[in-house]
Design a protein around this ligand. Structure first.
Ligand SMILES: NC(=O)c1ccc[n+]([C@@H]2O[C@H](COP(=O)([O-])OP(=O)(O)OC[C@H]3O[C@@H](n4cnc5c(N)ncnc54)[C@H](O)[C@@H]3O)[C@@H](O)[C@H]2O)c1
Length: 412
């Protein structure tokens, strides 16, 4: 069978700049072209001579049909390739609230610039799965549900430049990792590196945000996490109802899911203990009220309250209670999470698939993330967000927290 000739119009010349080789971006660019039934020709390639020096690539790509070329360009854009004849970004007016033009540009979590009036401008509030809106003289990443009639949003792929993070250049954070996920035997190294990242974030005046699931309490991690909060290593805590419930149960009754934390034995009628804890918080009106009334005297949330560390408890369909502090409107809960991660330099995701992935989706790619989970799939999912800044640690979260607290304590 003879191959159809490729029409000359179905081609584009793109350019990319950055740590293209050691971040493996180059091979991803070539793969993307081939995957979309295309062909490429390297017109120019300059290799960065030092570890600070970026490489530069100019590539002509072509595809047999328009659909393939569009999909290819969209993938290439996410890998940092910009069409050479970049004109200004095209903006289109939104007709109805929450309804975007069909060809709207959907953001990645990488730093993004759009061109307007010949000038490249950095998109504010970068996050993935958002639109780019022009407001107050700047481009902003904004969620679909926040789009209003009359907004000007970017459509198509012209005049957009994406700058992917470079993975291996950040030697401090990821030097010991070959694939971004550490196994059990590397845990002590992972703890040391995490402690270094906590200290670095603090030194740079950036927030350390902890995302935690109830397994932190079940595995004995509440004590070291509470200590980290008390000692000022945590700037915000993001969790769900369950963390609040089991932390209160542990603090008020001394059990977690009915299991005595002192000796690991099942307490008599222990299954009702988490309900008794929820009841106690209801009597006090809120977590804060329970602290004020002396009902809650220790634990993760107690330390948050007394040290003025903001916490957000997001609701879910499986919640008991929920606690009066739990935000059951999911849009509101997402907003509250987004508010707390603003200004974050490091996010520690500890034993909660739901909240870790939810937080990961809100973060710009350059914020460092450490995900600790016993299930490698969760750590992989988070570090696969197309960022070089995520580190997965496959281990028991209680043990990890104990080691982390010890490490940060020793270094003080
Ligand atoms: N009583 C309640 O109200 C209640 C109880 C449980 C969960 N929930 C709610 O359900 C939702 C999901 O809960 P979730 O975040 O616990 O579940 P999840 O399934 O999203 O996450 C739990 C994670 O913990 C990991 N894990 C298990 N043991 C571990 C260990 N020893 N060390 C490290 N990681 C470990 C699992 O692999 C999993 O990824 C939340 O909103 C939560 O608040 C409510």
């Amino acid at each position: 069978m003879t191959k159809k000739p490729i029409k000359p119009s179905l081609q584009e010349v793109v350019e990319a700049e950055g740590h293209l080789i050691d971040s493996h971006i180059m091979e991803q660019i070539f793969d993307a072209v081939v995957q979309h039934n295309g062909r490429f020709e390297v017109q120019h390639f300059h290799i960065g001579k030092t570890n600070a020096d970026p490489s530069r690539l100019r590539l002509r790509v072509e595809a047999p049909v328009r659909e393939d070329l569009d999909k290819m360009l969209s993938t290439l854009l996410g890998l940092g390739c910009t069409p050479v004849d970049a004109s200004d970004a095209v903006f289109s007016r939104v007709e109805r609230d929450k309804c975007a033009p069909e060809d709207f540009y959907s953001t990645t979590n990488h730093r993004t610039l759009v061109r307007k009036g010949g000038e490249w401008l950095v998109v504010e509030n970068q996050r993935m799965d958002a639109l780019v809106v022009w407001a107050d003289g700047k481009p902003w990443a904004r969620r679909l549900r926040d789009i209003k009639a009359g907004d000007e949003v970017v459509v198509g792929m012209r005049g957009i430049r994406v700058i992917p993070e470079s993975k291996e250049r950040d030697r401090l954070s990821f030097a010991f990792m070959s694939n971004g996920i550490s196994s059990e035997r590397q845990v002590e190294t992972a703890v040391r590196q995490t402690a270094a990242m906590v200290r670095q974030a603090k030194e740079n005046g950036l927030k350390v945000v902890v995302v935690a699931g109830p397994v932190v309490v079940h595995t004995g991690g509440a004590k070291p996490l509470a200590a980290l909060i008390r000692k000022g290593f945590v700037n915000a805590l993001l969790a769900g109802n369950a963390l609040g419930v089991h932390d209160s149960e542990a603090a008020i009754i001394g059990t977690s899911l009915g299991v005595r934390l002192s000796d690991g034995r099942l307490a008599e009628h222990g299954h009702r203990n988490h309900m008794r804890a929820i009841n106690a918080i209801y009597h006090a009106g809120s977590i804060r009220g329970a602290v004020a009334q002396g009902k809650l005297k220790k634990g993760i949330l107690y330390e948050c309250v007394v040290n003025n560390v903001p916490f957000v408890l997001a609701g879910s369909l499986r919640d008991d209670g929920p606690l009066p502090d739990t935000i059951t409107d999911m849009n509101e809960a997402q907003d509250a999470y987004a508010e707390q991660i603003r200004g974050a330099g490091l996010v520690l995701c500890l034993g909660s698939m739901l909240h870790s992935i939810a937080t990961g989706n809100m973060l710009p790619g350059w914020v460092k993330t450490v995900c600790v989970d016993i299930n490698p799939a969760v750590a992989t999912k988070l570090s696969d967000r197309g960022t070089g800044q995520a580190l997965g640690v496959v281990t028991d979260v209680g043990m990890f927290l104990e080691l982390l607290e010890k490490n940060l304590q020793e270094a003080k």
